[in-house]
Design a protein around this ligand. Structure first.
Ligand SMILES: [Zn+2]
Length: 320
């Protein structure tokens, strides 16, 4: 494969010979607020953006008639709606940039956070954002799927190349619901997405999510719920080679299998007994841990159990 740096030049519209993209991050108090910190004193620098820095940039670029893009987090937009609206009205593109400028993987909360920020920016500016920049650099196949669903056309998170990272994105999904008998309902879902290079169609990653959800009402009081989910993001990266060269993506191959069992015994409405078990397997290798808090790096050949939870829960509704 030809190294990226040696690939032939990208051709720009209107035969332009050089294209410059000017972008800035709003980065107000969202970061401190997201960490539960008060943005005052030594942590007050986020307040500088809305008070001084950004109005100055807006003024300068508007005077010079320079088009540029601003990446704004949802919380900062809520804090300074008038400023964000004014920026947008002056013809500057607004892209989204997390809700609390999240520094780590927000996990299952991510789709909701992406959607909340998207809606906030669309409401404040009157235009739905089309570009996204990860606040931490973190993104997964799930992130890209949600952005695609919301109508985004580009991602401005990567910083190690001077031409656009053009890629093809494909996705497919299927749902099958089976009812072997009236009291048992099985929902099966398959979601697939992949990213490929435009020139050579080489796989950047393939993502598969397979989910099976069983709901079994054994009798009026007793029910059983089972959720099995396997998800895998398959990339070219070699297992455990965190410092190797990633030609197409930084994402390592990640595999996860989660099993969730719940037995509910409903004595009568408001009084119930629950017995549950959850188990999670991932392709993490603790022997390759570089930081005890991270717990291990990924390798593709082995799955370890990184979470088992057994619980018994009772609920009783007091009526007054
Ligand atoms: Zn930022």
């Amino acid at each position: 494969m030809i190294p990226l740096a040696q690939r032939k030049h990208h051709s720009w519209p209107d035969d332009a010979r050089c294209v410059v993209g000017l972008t800035l991050d709003f980065d107000g108090t969202s970061l401190e607020r997201g960490r539960g910190q008060l943005p005052f004193g030594s942590r007050s620098h986020g307040r500088y953006s809305a008070k001084c820095g950004i109005p100055r940039f807006v003024d300068m670029f508007t005077r010079q008639n320079v088009p540029w893009t601003f990446y704004v987090s949802g919380y900062d937009a809520e804090e300074s709606p008038d400023l964000v609206r004014d920026i947008s009205r002056s013809g500057i593109e607004i892209g989204s940039h997390g809700y609390f400028h999240e520094g780590v993987d927000p996990g299952d909360a991510e789709p909701e956070l992406l959607e909340r920020t998207h809606q906030l920016l669309a409401e404040i500016t009157g235009t739905a954002p089309r570009g996204w920049r990860s606040p931490s650099g973190h993104k997964t196949a799930r992130t890209l799927r949600k952005l695609r669903e919301l109508g985004y056309v580009y991602d401005s998170s990567d910083k190690d190349f001077d031409l656009p990272y053009l890629a093809r994105y494909d996705q497919a999904s299927g749902v099958a619901t089976v009812r072997p008998f009236t009291s048992l309902k099985i929902d099966n879902t398959y979601l697939f997405s992949r990213l490929r290079t435009r020139e050579s169609n080489a796989n950047i990653f393939n993502n598969h999510i397979i989910r099976s959800k069983w709901n079994w009402q054994l009798n009026r009081e007793l029910s059983l719920r089972v959720i099995l989910q396997y998800s895998a993001t398959l990339t070219q990266n070699r297992p455990g080679d965190l410092f190797g060269i990633y030609p197409l993506t930084f994402l390592p191959t990640g595999k996860n299998f989660n099993a969730d069992f719940l037995i509910t015994y409903l004595v009568h409405p408001g009084t119930a007994l629950y017995v549950g078990y959850n188990s999670n397997l991932q392709n993490l290798d603790p022997a390759l841990a570089i930081d005890p808090n991270i717990g291990g790096v990924r390798r593709s050949d082995r799955m370890i159990n990184d979470g088992r939870l057994f619980f018994v829960k009772a609920s009783y509704l007091f009526r007054f």
